[in-house]
Design a binder for this molecule. Sequence first.
Ligand code: UDX
Length: 437
Amino acid sequence: MRISVIGCGYLGAVHAACMAKLGHEVVGIDVDEHKVAQLSAGHAPFYEPVLDDLLSELEESGLLRFTTDMSAARGAEVHFICVGTPQKRGENGADLRYVDAAVAALAAHLSAGDVVAGKSTVPVGTAARLAEVLADTEPGATLVWNPEFLREGHAVTDTLNPDRFVYGIPDGSEDHPAVAVLDRVYEAPLAGGTPRLVTDYATAELVKTAANSFLATKISFINAMAEVCEATGADVTRLADAIGLDDRIGRKFLNAGIGFGGGCLPKDIRAFMARAGELGADQALTFLREVDAINMRRRTRVVELTRELCGGTLLGQRIAVLGAAFKPESDDVRDSPALSAAAQLQLQGAVVTVTDPQALANAARRFPELPMEQDLETTLQRADAVLLLTEWQEYRELDPHLTKALVTSPRILDGRNVLDPAKWRAAGWVYKGLGRP
Ligand code: UDX
């Protein structure tokens, strides 16, 4: 099939490459010339395992190209809208200007029978509004809402083998011709058994926001338990292991630590609350305010615990911060808990150095005043305290004895609860975890 993908950021670049991998003829369209040039040369403009390999593998196939020219969408049967929906400046709501601009620009190039599939995460009600915009220009085209659930760091696998497909269709009917069109797009994964649910627009939009709200709630729940554990001397990691064995609860997303960040969970729960307010349903989501507050408290807790580790003052203390990305296997620093804690520590007089295997360039753009160091050993040298804030494999595997030889004072705060406290203490370290005795 011929497919166009509008927006070649994180979501769009991965989606375009994966659709070509499925054998479709794909054109990715973006207004950013630099991004298009990089992608055309077979390089992802961000770090995502496997994606670079997939892009170079596809270069030979002729199935994937990138351009800034919107008219290249002409002739495609399906057009995926993959542009960003960031948080509005100074407000909680989602900024829809890129979605609106993409749909307006695409509309002029559509033909009757085309399917426009929205993938971006949008406030409920957006699809119905965009369908009206499309109907004014090309009434023969159909808008569907087809949310994406990929995780950064696992984007290619998640796109090719998702847990489910959700099709939001104008009348919610399985018989709508657009259903068969999407079934052809996703023929291979569907044949492999991926479940597919057909819903109305509003339900499809809500599936995405509800899923992210649930995940955020699960993390904040366990972080709230970490606060209680800290007050009682209990161990939140064992608590999570034990409650996680109940398969109604499940162990996934029960890792207590410095909390969630990134380009999705924080902004999605805020946009959801803002939208519920507009709909007069704000009471239903007041718990999400608490989810957000618990999450933000974890960052402050890291600063408090570091001060305790350093004997009551941060002034002049050399702090080695391991991790800048919001999670491992990513160079994304949007709303990164690690960087937020590092910046707070610096404000309070600590001499902070941040290291990360992939995210330092992005981190330096966001926090130009924070000293960064690519080399892990150099970062650790002469530190008064070490903070593990993003659980990259190389930090999980640090040897307590070798690390001790580098630092001035062997004190470590394990912000992700991934180290073995007994091992570190036996090597002479003062070890603190979050929610652990
Ligand atoms: C998330 C959703 O998982 C994905 O389905 C959606 O499409 C986009 O948003 P992503 O933002 O890539 O994906 O990261 P995710 O793996 O969900 O992690 C989000 C944050 O939660 C990270 O900062 C991570 O460190 C944190 N987290 C995750 C925890 O603190 N504890 C956990 O147990 C799990």
